[in-house]
Ligand binder design. Sequence first.
Ligand code: FMN
Length: 316
Amino acid sequence: MRILFAPLQGYTTGIYRKAHAEIFGGVDAYYAPFLRIENGKPREKDLRDLNSFDGNAREIPQIIANSVDEFKILANALIAKGYTEIDFNMGCPFPMQVNRHRGAGLLSDIQAVQEIMDEIKATPVKFSVKMRLGQDSPDEAFAILPILNEAPLSQITLHPRLGKQQYKGAIDFKSFEKFHEECRHPLIYNGDITSVSQICEMERRYPKLAGVMIGRGLLARPSLAAEYKGMRDINCAAPLNSDTHQNLLGKLFQMHQVIFDHACKTYQGDSQILSHVQSFWEYLEPSIPKKIFKKIKKAGKLSEYQEAITAMKELS
Ligand SMILES: Cc1cc2nc3c(=O)[nH]c(=O)nc-3n(C[C@H](O)[C@H](O)[C@H](O)COP(=O)(O)O)c2cc1C
């Protein structure tokens, strides 16, 4: 099965995606966080963060739009950059987007979805969709599924929660199964995957599944995709000085160095640099000593942050 790295605004930045592909690998495609409209134009900061990289992995940009007009502006900007595959976001639950009728807020607007799918038919690049079951009810996904089935989509990724649940609460497997049966496009499952055994279980339960997309599980355990490809579970709870943990930590330090160097070159002042490097550790909390995690989080100066990293290296 294909393993796709989910987009996470503020975490899976361009440099993170590139470093992950080079150091951990195992991922078939990296989805970039959404590009959006700002003051009537594609947001420059989002465009700058797109950096097609070589190698076996691919980077797929994503757009978020509330109408066919916004959709065209964003898709054209990416086509002009040379991208031949674009993902369309119909799942973002952030109130800022939902209230503006974007992301999960678009799912209930059958007419806007139809207009966007018509535009996809007329645009000569590949499009995929990443969506939820609805903002308020799973009925929303099933109401637009016939329209999606008619559109020339390369795949649909479904996160089987509602927008109002954000990222917590029960996953609706019953609706996922129904969607899996009725969807005519290759289907990707997304949501709460954290281990190789869970990936294998999804494969067993849904033989038609084209892949899984993993977000927080990969941030917490960057080796997960490579573990699946090599069919072995690394014991993350192993003692700090065990071979597997050493290997994992070694790669984490390597990846961190690339992100740290990039932040120092790109941003100015301790607080800007720190905000970019501290997020690297956020989901890694279970894999590093508690005291060090606290030090990293609390660091207000770059020197304090570096002391915490040095202490962690000495401990390992
Ligand atoms: C902080 C954060 C930022 C996210 N940004 C995006 C985004 O830009 N585009 C998108 O499609 N999904 C975004 N997501 C959703 C994830 O891609 C993914 O669907 C969600 O985390 C569930 O998958 P997981 O349980 O494997 O993490 C974001 C999620 C979080 C927590």
